[in-house]
Design a protein around this ligand. Structure first.
Ligand code: HEC
Ligand code: HEC
Ligand code: HEC
Ligand code: HEC
Ligand code: HEC
Ligand code: HEC
Ligand code: HEC
Ligand code: HEC
Length: 485
């Protein structure tokens, strides 16, 4: 009897050991600590910079070791034996999720995590065809990617990482810490797009420059806009004073700091009532990216997302951030100014230019399958992708120069001085060609004339109403009187 009991105990113990061995790596990784001493000792010599960064981190303080993040399982395609231990160089959101599940889930559900899915986009035609060159085998598989996509687009958006062999990652796809990276373990994204290794400092993640690595330049100059806004100015003026507070877990506007919100404050950070979020789209109501802006939940539906948060709720959350520092009336008035600007861009330029450009393609007055082989392709692209976005982004984040001179001025110039004259040229070319082209050209011409004769554009044809002309003349005389002396 006793023998049997002993045997059962032994059996149970053996089972437990077997079970433990079979447990997914998640379990092993939860045990903060791990056995990373060997890694640290040797890497202190081979890569002292990395060990130095890790020693500064909160992770090292709480015993999160090299192995906790780099430890791997056989199943992972990128795992390899390294000094007697199975590891992977790539550390994916799934790895971080063993300890930071909430941040990872929010991130996976965000538009950020989808940033790698740009292959079919119009912009990608630029990188792969117009600027660069891709080679294919006879089955249509890519032999060689475009160098400009690899060093450009994909560094911000994320590559699809390919494993060539044990410990060997394809240099066409790695190094890369783009936002929506497609990882060998099937997960999307890279946490180190924002969290620089290996100190993983929360203060660094909150700095505006962190977002500015990608959110910059002629087509989405958020960092430039922020820097010229009063919010950016206030942050710059108080940066040194804020530095210590920014290292703490809680950094709440109106409580721990009173001015100079950063990108992270408005789009991610906690307030007295809101929790922090790793879904950066949670507080924006419009998408300002497409040729014509729409409410962000409409756009999300087209992406096939489920459980979509309505735009009104998102706007309320952003207002909650603003109202940590501002009064309600200030904020709601500001939203009216912002909405009016988006609607003006949409109605006056975005919609008409898009409608006319689509007609040109549908009616084959330009080559419909090839973009960027004709002048008007570039003209239209500049109008919405660069200038039209800048105007909208400037209004969204209080950068008036981007709304006006880098924005609507450029849009108007592009529309009246390039788009319309090029359109007229294509119309007359179509008419000359005769047949189907002639009737197509006439249809486009009728649409163009309808648009130009509408309220917003008729000034261009010299057809402003008499009332309007008189009002403008009076304003001009008043101006001269004021500034003449
Ligand atoms: C006996 C020394 C030694 C030990 C122990 C060691 N490493 Fe390394 N490790 C190296 C050397 C050398 C390299 C290559 C460095 C180079 O290429 O400059 C390397 C490279 C790496 C790389 C990068 C591989 C790549 O894709 O470029 C990672 C990640 C890594 N080690 C993690 C670890 C982890 C985690 C441990 C502990 C399980 C560990 N190392 C233990 C010496 C060591
Ligand atoms: C909190 C998780 C975490 C810990 C702890 C950690 N790493 Fe890393 N490590 C990363 C991430 C993230 C990357 C970037 C890879 C990626 O983008 O997937 C990385 C990259 C690396 C690389 C390759 C990149 C390069 O710059 O050469 C090496 C080598 C490396 N780690 C070694 C170590 C060593 C040694 C330790 C312990 C002292 C360690 N890591 C601890 C997350 C971690
Ligand atoms: C083995 C568990 C574990 C893993 C794996 C892990 N972390 Fe952590 N991390 C912690 C703990 C514990 C803390 C400290 C407590 C806290 O802030 O939640 C921490 C803190 C942090 C902080 C806050 C640092 C600060 O300055 O306050 C960041 C950012 C962070 N981790 C990011 C990551 C990222 C990104 C990854 C994956 C590359 C990762 N962690 C992987 C356990 C882990
Ligand atoms: C400097 C980093 C950076 C580079 C380089 C870059 N992008 Fe982007 N891209 C972004 C950011 C940031 C956004 C989002 C802008 C916004 O929301 O206003 C974006 C937006 C986009 C969008 C719109 C996505 C949507 O959801 O509507 C597409 C498509 C795109 N990029 C493709 C490309 C392609 C293709 C290239 C290379 C030809 C490229 N990008 C180069 C950072 C970059
Ligand atoms: C868009 C940039 C960005 C990305 C991508 C990102 N983070 Fe963060 N993360 C931040 C910012 C900013 C904060 C600080 C927010 C605040 O002010 O509270 C932060 C905070 C954190 C914290 C600190 C929590 C605490 O209580 O100390 C953890 C942990 C963390 N992130 C993990 C992750 C993980 C895991 C991933 C990948 C799944 C990730 N982050 C991806 C920007 C980012
Ligand atoms: C590594 C590049 C990169 C960094 C760093 C980055 N972003 Fe982005 N961000 C993108 C790209 C790319 C997109 C467009 C997503 C897509 O194409 O799917 C985007 C989109 C967004 C959006 C629109 C989201 C939506 O749902 O429409 C917001 C808001 C945003 N980012 C804020 C931030 C903030 C705040 C930070 C810093 C804390 C940051 N980003 C850091 C690349 C980046
Ligand atoms: C004062 C708060 C505030 C700050 C600071 C701020 N933003 Fe915004 N951001 C907004 C608001 C408000 C919108 C428009 C929201 C809406 O449409 O309802 C917006 C819109 C955006 C969008 C959406 C653009 C699109 O194409 O759809 C991106 C991306 C973005 N911000 C990134 C950033 C980055 C990066 C920084 C820092 C360089 C930053 N923001 C700083 C409040 C802020
Ligand atoms: C952490 C506090 C803080 C937050 C959060 C904040 N602001 Fe501000 N905001 C300020 C300060 C400080 C100023 C500068 C006041 C001055 O003119 O002296 C300012 C200025 C402004 C201005 C005037 C811009 C100008 O050029 O004169 C507007 C409009 C504005 N904020 C709107 C918003 C909106 C909308 C939000 C939310 C999306 C927001 N703010 C979030 C502190 C904040």
């Amino acid at each position: 009897m006793k023998k049997l009991q002993n045997c059962q105990v032994l059996h149970v113990a053996l089972c437990a050991i077997v079970l433990l061995l079979l447990m997914p790596s998640a379990f092993a990784k939860k045990s903060v600590g791990g056995n990373g001493k060997g890694c640290v000792d040797c890497h202190q010599k081979t890569t002292p910079g990395i060990v130095g960064q890790w020693k500064l981190s909160r992770h090292s303080g709480v015993g999160v070791s090299c192995l906790d993040c780099h430890g791997s399982t056989k199943e992972r395609p990128d795992a390899f034996m390294h000094e007697g231990t199975l590891i992977a160089t790539i550390v994916t959101p799934k790895d971080c999720a063993t300890c930071h599940e909430q941040e990872s889930t929010e991130f996976q559900n965000s538009h950020h995590a989808d940033a790698g899915k740009i292959l079919g986009s119009l912009d990608n035609v630029l990188a792969e065809v117009v600027e660069g060159h891709v080679t294919y085998d006879e089955n249509g598989n890519k032999l060689k990617g475009s160098a400009v996509a690899i060093s450009g687009c994909l560094q911000c958006h994320g590559s699809e990482i390919k494993v060539l062999g044990p410990g060997k990652l394809d240099p066409e796809t790695w190094p890369n810490t783009g936002m929506g990276r497609l990882n060998p373990d099937g997960s999307k994204g890279s946490c180190s797009a924002c969290h620089l290794r290996h100190d993983f400092s929360i203060a660094q993640a909150r700095m505006p420059e962190n977002c500015g690595r990608c959110h910059m330049g002629p087509d989405h100059p958020q960092i430039e806009i922020y820097n010229e806004s009063k919010h950016g100015i206030a942050f710059a003026a108080n940066r040194t004073r804020f530095a210590k507070g920014m290292e703490k877990q809680d950094w709440i506007p109106g409580k721990h700091y009173e001015q100079g919100p950063t990108c992270a404050s408005c789009h991610m950070g906690a307030t007295k009532t809101l929790k922090r979020t790793h879904d950066v789209g949670k507080r924006i109501s419009w998408t300002l990216r497409p040729p014509v802006s729409e409410k962000i939940d409409e756009a999300a539906k087209k992406f096939g997302h489920k459980d979509i948060v309505p735009w009104e709720k998102r706007r309320d959350d952003m207002k909650d951030v603003c109202q940590s520092c501002h009064s309600k009336g200030w904020v709601s008035n500001w939203y009216i100014q912002y909405d009016n600007m988006v609607n003006l861009y949409n109605d006056k330029f975005g919609k008409p230019a898009t409608e006319l450009y689509k007609m040109l393609n549908a009616k084959s007055l330009i080559t419909p399958d090839t973009t960027f082989d004709e002048k008007i392709d570039f003209t239209y692209y500049f109008l919405w992708h660069h200038e039209g976005r800048r105007a909208r982004h400037g209004a969204a984040m209080m950068g008036p120069d981007y709304t006006q001179w880098h924005g609507m001025y450029e849009v108007a110039h592009r529309f009246y001085d390039e788009f319309i004259p090029e359109l007229r040229h294509l119309i007359s070319k179509g008419k000359d060609e005769g047949g189907d082209k002639k009737s197509a050209a006439k249809e486009v011409e009728a649409k163009m004339n309808e648009i130009l004769n509408s309220d917003m554009h008729r000034w261009y044809l010299g057809k402003s109403s008499e009332k309007e002309k008189a009002a403008r003349k009076k304003a001009s005389e008043d101006f001269k009187k004021r500034y003449a002396q």
